[in-house]
Design a binder for this molecule. Structure first.
Ligand SMILES: [Zn+2]
Length: 141
């Protein structure tokens, strides 16, 4: 039962393993970049600019779709940016899974720890971006 829940959660979540690929010529990476762009532009107009998640722009600078795409191939995707909260993705609330399965399955616990770690890391990092954008006025147009 528990395993089933985990599987479902995993299936619903997007596959982001491509983010950790070092070889950006791989088709998986290219597919991942397209998926990211589709996702980021699913709720905004095609001509709008988004925060560029390449290692150089670090989600601080805004670019149009083509520019972001080119950057992601040239510089690479920020490897710890796995929850795309700056591009419309919501945090997954994992509290519902916690209720009855805490003491039985250590693998599940580990998974939770890892997820929580990622989320806190993301929060700290988003906060850092905020501070950064307040202290450095960036060109938005
Ligand atoms: Zn960039």
């Amino acid at each position: 039962m528990k395993l089933k829940i985990i599987t479902l959660v995993k299936e619903q979540a997007m596959d982001k393993s491509w983010i950790s690929l070092d070889d950006r010529t791989r088709p998986e990476y290219e597919k991942g970049v397209q998926e990211f762009l589709e996702f980021a532009y699913s709720s905004i107009e095609p001509h709008e600019k988004i925060r560029c998640p390449c290692v150089r722009c670090n989600n601080v600078y805004f670019h149009n779709r083509d520019h972001v795409e080119a950057d992601l191939f040239e510089h690479g995707f920020i490897k710890h940016y796995v929850s795309w909260v700056l591009h419309g993705e919501e945090f997954v609330d994992s509290s519902t899974e916690d209720s009855d399965s805490y003491d039985e399955d250590s693998e599940l616990e580990d998974e939770h720890k890892i997820n929580n770690m990622h989320e806190s890391y993301n929060l700290i990092w988003i906060w850092a971006c905020w501070v950064y954008s307040y202290t450095n006025k960036q060109p938005t147009t």
